[in-house]
Design a protein around this ligand. Structure first.
Ligand code: ADP
Ligand code: MG
Length: 316
């Protein structure tokens, strides 16, 4: 493009909240044939809410009678939630904050854990009183020698609703026998324009994909809500593996735009043909990105590509 056309495109972008980092980026955007969306905070609002608490008895059976339990040393829903929230109060993760807020809303007094360790992409381990408490996904429990399978049916039910379900386990002091005590679930809502953005990209012939650290079932349920083909969902991708996943997609000869909001996404934004940071995005993401969308609107992804198109058509 001529310098004048580049200037016009960049200015039109800026007026629309679409910031291109340079003239070469403005030219590249029109050639994108694949858009890879991060899920949480990008396609969804990233405002998690606690939706479910399920208690498990000592035999791994779910008890879903609203916490009115008969067994003497069984935990109530509020007991499970208190354990989970106390463990999570040391974490900044949106899943953790939803658990803590949800517990407080239910009148539970949430104290700080005595000690905690964040395991990225897996969960949190904390010392609460004289027990160790674990909150996280199936792999996290398995890695810690606790069998998550008794909760499989409950987990699947929640995940099919698009919720992120997390296992809660406790290892009493002086033992190394962990026990599954419950499941808690958080739900997020899809952004209003996510579905339109996906369909407009698809109409243009762009392949739309999703990448997430969340589990396969939840990811597919969200993909279905926004019109992304389940085949195009890359789930259970660890934070440090997101950039490898984008590279693998580009190794197929694709020109990929990665769209993300979080710290986790910065390396993937950096390796993408076009890295796009969206909305409330963190400074780290914005730093790594080629395009910054000032608004929190997935339709601006389409706008960025259209501005690139228009700029280059004017000058030939
Ligand atoms: P995302 O890609 O959605 O930001 P992450 O990579 O941060 O997800 O986490 C992946 C999965 O690891 C979550 O879906 C959850 O199952 C588990 N997880 C991560 N952090 C926590 C936490 N603090 N508490 C419970 N589970 C967690
Ligand atoms: Mg995210």
């Amino acid at each position: 493009a001529t310098p004048a056309a580049t200037m016009v495109g960049t200015t039109i972008g800026a007026q629309n909240g679409v910031l291109f980092k340079g003239g070469d980026i403005l030219e590249r955007a029109k050639d994108v044939d694949t858009v890879v969306f991060d899920k949480t905070g990008t396609l969804t609002k990233g405002e998690m809410e606690l939706t479910d608490v399920v208690v498990f008895d000592g035999d791994g059976q779910p008890i879903t009678d609203g916490g009115q339990l008969t067994g003497r040393d069984r935990l109530s829903e509020n007991d499970v939630l208190r354990l989970a929230a106390t463990a999570e109060s040391g974490s900044e993760h949106p899943l953790a904050r939803a658990i803590v807020d949800g517990a407080r809303d239910r009148g539970i007094d949430v104290s700080d854990p005595d000690d905690f360790e964040n395991v990225p992409g897996h969960g949190i381990r904390a010392t609460v009183g004289d027990s160790e408490v674990l909150v996280g996904n199936r792999k996290f429990l398995r890695d810690n020698g606790i069998d998550p399978s008794p909760a499989q049916e409950t987990m699947e039910r929640l995940e099919n609703e698009g919720k992120t379900a997390m296992l809660v386990a406790r290892v009493p002091a002086g033992t190394d026998e962990g026990e599954l005590v419950g499941v808690v679930a958080d739900a997020d809502t899809v952004k209003e324009s996510a579905k339109d953005a996906v369909s407009q990209l698809q109409e243009r012939g762009v392949d739309v994909m999703m990448i997430t650290g969340d589990n396969e079932r939840t990811a597919r349920a969200v993909a279905e809500q926004v019109g992304i083909d389940p085949e195009n969902v890359h789930a259970e991708v660890l934070p440090e593996d997101k950039s490898d996943a984008v590279e693998a997609i580009q190794d197929e000869g694709r020109k990929a735009m990665m769209v993300g909001d979080g710290v986790n996404d910065a390396p993937a934004l950096a390796v993408a043909y076009v890295g796009t940071a969206i909305g409330s995005g963190t400074d780290v993401a914005i730093e790594a990105a080629d395009v910054t969308l000032m608004r929190d609107d997935p339709l601006d992804v389409v706008k960025a590509i259209r501005i690139s198109d228009a700029t280059l058509q004017k000058i030939k």
